[in-house]
Ligand binder design. Structure first.
Ligand SMILES: [Zn+2]
Length: 82
């Protein structure tokens, strides 16, 4: 399904698609890639500047990867990856 959207990264209007109830957030793969690169560099800058402690980021990551593994197991019946 096509909907009128505004790119979350560059602000350009585009005809987005909805998949699984989620609206397309970016007008292009370039904007999506730039967004993810900026997120990675920004979080690293926060750690370097002392505004975010690496252990907090690590704790969040462990929780997230544990959540994803449980979600995959619940939906597919497959166990966690080795
Ligand atoms: Zn864009």
């Amino acid at each position: 399904m096509q909907t009128g959207c505004t790119c979350g990264w560059c602000g350009r209007d585009f005809n987005g698609k909805t998949r699984g109830g989620h609206e397309q957030k970016f007008c292009s793969s370039g904007c999506r890639t730039e967004y993810h690169t900026a997120c990675r560099l920004y979080s690293a800058a926060l750690v370097e500047a002392g505004f975010l402690h690496m252990s907090l980021l690590r704790s969040w990551w462990a929780h997230k990867t544990d959540y994803v593994a449980k979600h995959v197991q619940a939906t597919t019946g497959e166990g966690p990856l080795p």
